[in-house]
Write a protein that binds this ligand. Structure first.
Ligand code: DMJ
Length: 461
């Protein structure tokens, strides 16, 4: 996969020297430059403080539970028993931020209290990206074997999902009995497992995890239409598509992300081939060149005909993936559109009609994707406009989503009416990507691949 290096490096030494002189001259003439106007260290410190404040809110009102409801100051669990979702999701962010005391306490609590032998049905996708991904990433950062033991136990209990006639996973599995359910699935839930299951195989030297996840991913890919597109609902028992709606939003999004990343993480060239075939179809049928810029809408997977002009907070991951795979030109233009979507109400909505510039779904569940894309674009271009973007997003989050004990979702970006939940991905992703944008030196970007929940996984040697 042709990825851009951190900065464009194609200048000859002579041209680079002349350019350096020109930059030095212009820097002397303009004070301050845009880059200087962004106080990176100050912003990183501020993000860290907000992380700590939110963590303490969870610690005080929801410790031992999955998530915090910061307005009612109460805990929320996803199932009958907790899987400590916020604690597991947040641990590697603490480690990256150098919050050693909090990280040590959290790790000890997880090791003592996280138990997977539970008679309850869980959603394979969510548990994989948040819990399995979080345990693996924290294991790689700390070397604590207890975390890997937990990850392997969880992986074993999730494996029955792949026992379908097509090899594509069922959506739910009972962690104790292995009973599966949920045959109507989607590309995101089928195709967003290979980074975590592949890493588990590498660390445990048991190929079964990686083989099952890769088999599921390719089984899905082979069911794409002749257009190259996939729909957003498929029956994993019959292999029949149940919805022909094709897009890069919820239900499909991270399938593309994992196709793009798995080659890089595991040197798995089959993924690279699948990614290139897929992105060509996405750029042909879903990309929408409009007078105001580049967007990605919806189309019928069989005809490629446009069916909707909707984009949204989830789709905003795509500039990051485009940048990662070398298409900086589209990445920049799509991020510009996303920024316009954010600015039209001061915070981005979950769904936005870009043809009418109108909000369709007004919720904002504290999603990270647009910030993640700013982080990738800053990494690859070094341009201060992405720091400024991140600073503005952070200021808006503080203005509209901050509560006394953490941050909360918005029911409406139009009215700014607050809801009552701090999803675990806010600490795993939203604040992590903001922090890394302002303090990129906290992580060697080129030695990891992030899973879709913001957990960095080390590259296969
Ligand atoms: C996260 O759980 C993951 O980023 C997932 O891929 C999409 N949804 C949320 C964040 O918006």
């Amino acid at each position: 996969m042709a990825r851009p290096s951190r900065r464009p490096r194609s200048l000859t030494a002579g041209r680079a020297f002349l350019l350096a002189l020109a930059i030095a001259a212009s820097a002397a003439a303009q004070t301050p430059t845009p880059a200087q106007s962004v106080d990176r260290a100050g912003l990183a410190a501020r993000v860290r403080e907000e992380f700590l404040r939110s963590w303490r809110g969870y610690r005080e009102y929801a410790w031992g539970h999955d998530e915090l409801k910061p307005v009612s100051r109460a805990p929320k669990d996803w199932n009958t028993s907790t899987l400590l979702m916020t604690a597991v999701d947040a641990l590697d962010t603490m480690l990256l931020m150098g919050l050693s005391r909090e990280a040590e306490e959290t790790k000890a609590y997880i090791l003592a209290n996280l138990k997977f032998d539970r008679d309850m049905s869980v959603q394979n996708f969510e548990i994989t990206i948040r819990i399995l991904g979080g345990l693996l990433s924290s294991y790689e950062m700390t070397g604590d074997a207890g975390l890997l033991r937990l990850a392997e136990d969880l992986g074993n209990r999730l494996l029955p999902v792949f026992d379908s006639p097509t090899g594509m996973p069922y959506r739910y599995v009972n962690l104790r009995t292995g009973k599966t359910s949920g045959a109507l699935s989607n590309p995101a839930e089928i195709g967003t497992l290979i980074l975590e299951f592949g890493t588990l195989s590498r660390l445990t030297k048991r190929d079964v995890f990686r083989d099952e996840a890769l088999n599921a991913l390719t089984a899905l890919y082979h069911r794409r239409n002749e257009t190259g597109l996939v729909g957003d609902q498929i029956d994993v028992e019959t292999g029949q598509w149940k919805s022909l709606s094709s897009h890069i939003g919820g239900g499909i999004d991270s399938y593309y992300e994992y196709l793009a990343k798995c080659d890089h993480l595991f040197h798995e060239s089959r993924c690279g081939v699948m990614w290139r075939e897929s992105v060509a179809a996405v750029n042909r049928y879903l990309a929408d060149e409009r007078p105001d810029g580049l967007w990605y809408g919806e189309a019928d997977m069989k005809t490629g005909r446009r069916t909707a002009t909707t984009y949204g907070a989830l789709q905003a991951f795509f500039p990051a993936v485009l940048a990662f795979t070398g298409d900086l030109e589209r990445a920049r233009r799509l991020q510009d559109s996303g920024r316009r979507m954010w600015s039209s109400n001061g915070v981005e909505p979950d769904t936005f009609d870009y043809a009418a510039m109108r909000v369709v779904d007004p919720g904002y569940p504290l999603r990270p994707e647009i910030i993640e894309s700013a982080y990738y674009l800053y990494h690859y271009t070094g341009e201060s406009q992405y720091l400024e973007m991140g600073r503005d997003f952070f200021e808006d989050l503080q203005r509209y989503c901050r509560t006394d004990v953490g941050y909360t979702v918005l029911e409406s970006v139009v009215t700014k009416k607050k809801g009552d939940l701090m999803p675990s991905f806010f600490l795993a992703e939203t604040l992590k990507y903001l922090y890394l944008l302002f303090a990129p030196e906290a992580l060697d970007f080129d030695r990891v691949v992030f899973n879709t929940e913001g957990h960095p996984l080390k590259l296969e040697p």
